[in-house]
Design a protein around this ligand. Sequence first.
Ligand code: ZN
Length: 304
Amino acid sequence: MTFIDVLNEYHIPYITSGHHHARPGWVQLDCPWCGAGSQKYHLGYNIAHGYANCWRCGPHGVVDTIVAATGLTYGAARAALGPLTLDRDRRATRPPGRLTVPTGLGPLTRAHRDYLSGRGFDPAELERLWGLRGIGVAARLGWRVWVPVHYRGAIVSWTTRAIGSNPARYISAGPAEEALPHKDLLYGEDYARHAIIVCEGPADVWRIGPGAVATFGTGVSTAQMLKISRYPTRVLCFDMEREAQRQQWKLQQDLRVFPGRTAIVKLESADPGCATDEEVAELRRAWLGSEGVSSDAAMAAGRP
Ligand SMILES: [Zn+2]
């Protein structure tokens, strides 16, 4: 079916003319993200080139737009749209780049291990489960922990964490250094099953263990929001600080149009990265169905 056929099939109101937001060659509908039911028709679908863009909140994937507008699952929306639209959809997205890792990368040194141990982590466990490495003496990114970002078993991007008092705590790969943009991904998603605990940073994920994912900061991209929306159970667990809580509330609102449930968990600790063992055990028992930070998820994902 064409995009318009799918809108007709699911009784989604749209316009092609007679409104100041209507332009030739475009189909306009209420944006499911920023204007559901508003009759303002902010979201446009370009018929010739097969992409979607909202006047207010920017570009959206075509399949994602159908998912958000109809409530279909991602698979059902893909099937409804058929291959022709999908090929156009794919062309509109950024082609994969080439991964470049920083110079000076090697095994974790004593300094890296001491830093991680000092934060209550087991460095050997982090190496095994999350593939952490260290950057020693280097012109750029010296004395940082290197954190690979995996997607479907392959390293596609990375971030780094300062081990000293550097005010730039996290520095991530630039667009030319990553195979896929990390802000389109969820850190730790390879280990996720039916439920996810959504946090801000990799250290939160290390603390909570497999089943937790991170968005690389409080600002959640549309691509990340849509990935989160595909899990039947999503538990939001951002830092307790004001801006993080505001972004968490916004994310919760964005997720309301999708099937499934979204819960918010408030910890006693300031952020999940420094949660106590009891908090982690409780969180895992309540939402992930296991207490331990076990390695079975790691094995399921095909990594040592
Ligand atoms: Zn919008």
